[in-house]
Write a protein that binds this ligand. Sequence first.
Ligand SMILES: Cc1cc2nc3c(=O)[nH]c(=O)nc-3n(C[C@H](O)[C@H](O)[C@H](O)COP(=O)(O)OP(=O)(O)OC[C@H]3O[C@@H](n4cnc5c(N)ncnc54)[C@H](O)[C@@H]3O)c2cc1C
Length: 541
Amino acid sequence: MEPLDLPPYTGEPVVVVGNGPVGQTTALLLARWGIPTRVLDHRPARDLVGSRAICQHRDVIDVWDSVGVGQQVADEGVTWDLARTFYREHELFSVGFTDAGRSPFPPFVNLSQCRTEELLDEQIAATALVDVHWAHTATELRNADQAVEVDVAPADATAEGAATWRAPYAVVCAGARSEPIRDCLEVSFDGRSFDDHFLICDIRADLPGWERERRFYFDPEWNPGRQVLIHPCPDSTYRIDWQVPAGFDVEAEAASGALDARIRQIIGDVEYEIVWRSVYRFQSRCADQMRAGRVLLAGDCAHLYAPFGARGLNSGVADAENAAWKLAFVLRGWADERLLDSYHTERRAAALENLDVTTRTMDFLVPQTEQARRHRQDVLDRALTDPAARADVDSGRLYESFWYVDSALTTPDPTRTPATRPPRGQAPSPGAGVLLPDGPVIDPESGRPARLRTVCRRGLTVLVVDDRDVHLVRDAVRDVVAAPVAVHGLAELDPSRSLLASLGTRSGEAWVIRPDAAVSAIVSASDGAAVAAAVRRTVAC
Ligand SMILES: Cc1cc2nc3c(=O)[nH]c(=O)nc-3n(C[C@H](O)[C@H](O)[C@H](O)COP(=O)(O)OP(=O)(O)OC[C@H]3O[C@@H](n4cnc5c(N)ncnc54)[C@H](O)[C@@H]3O)c2cc1C
């Protein structure tokens, strides 16, 4: 990981509770901003069991690239670019994925969560700024004067070493079972638990033709009335996910040979080995506060979704990035502490959108009323012959980055931002609140090839469309905020002008970009007051 070139930070470390993927990403992103962390986890060490989150989105790989693991995730993972949906033996539709820019990363990569965690661990081991304490449990967090106090106990009750750590801020990434911490912070976690059971088997087998696509089957003859999802993974491994009846007993199925028959119904008479299997149920919940004083909540600790749509870890990584740049700005004295309120509003809005999307999917997949069951059946039957009905077949809307269109940090631009999400698989048009499309540029610092988002992730950035306006914008942003602001003419970054079409820039514009590569404003470059106000607004709320 390349840390940013910043003056040394002399304050106390931030505490990160939980060394799962969201905690790891948070710690690495803070290290990138030069902020040290103490990370604690109550497990004795990394336990690499099962695949869990396998399906990582391009924008998340991009975040991981900023801490040195994105390229490896992309290289080691299976790239897939087609999501096919079947009803019984008929293919209803397939969805590809577009990119508004020209990212070097694929739309989705499948790699086991274990491997991702290992790659993040390697980066953590290589930085002196992350201090990991395994076998330590955070038992209580308290907001105190100018600090948060974290009571830490050795996970082994017989060991010595209970202590209270003081930190300027804490980020809690303690996963789904964080009730004790949420309770002591008086954070509620409303939602529902689903009774439906799902069986996952990761099998290793040679299945030519299946390597680059996700397959979703409604009511296949080998799982009538229910659905099956199949994902390709590295090393000729496939994740098969069946909806199974209540009372399903995987041990009994394995012993009786029914599990083997279940697998063979899908893959045929092919040799295979089971790498991992698990039966799971899930919950849909969201914390009422993602900021409690000096504590931010991120990842599964703050939200839980049904897994169809791969929104769990992907959105947890987006939480981590949002939290890290805002904490860094506050700790470095570049922004007022109120900036952290926007962590709650932005990321809770993202969580509610994810809940909404995944709940709609679950209502379609696992209807809870007779009316919903009839609707599902009717839509599927009509979709066989009526292409218009296929839009109503919900086999999971895969993760998309949230738009901060309504955020207090975003200067509204009703002329550009689409009001609703584009159809499945299509990238949104660029606009205020939306992530900047990526693409190749010349790095203004080194003169070498780079990516636009990499350049923008170094701090606050203003992209100026016309060269003649660059000096006007530099004058306008001088000293308007304590944070450094980089102003770049697009011609300097993109001499061939090949990015212009994907950005959709118009002559005379200045684009203000946040450190997480989201566009926060598009204003007239010649209106110095508007440029200054938009930059100020990006770090204040
Ligand atoms: C079957 C399955 C499939 C999934 N597939 C996908 C997918 O394809 N894509 C996707 O995006 N998501 C997926 N998910 C969700 C994904 O696994 C989670 O969203 C992800 O693990 C959340 O990471 P986290 O770091 O927030 O929490 P966790 O991974 O749960 O890590 C929390 C950590 O905190 C530690 N901890 C807890 N309490 C304390 C404490 N008091 N003190 C110290 N340490 C503590 C725990 O030991 C743990 O290490 C899937 C989940 C499941 C179960």
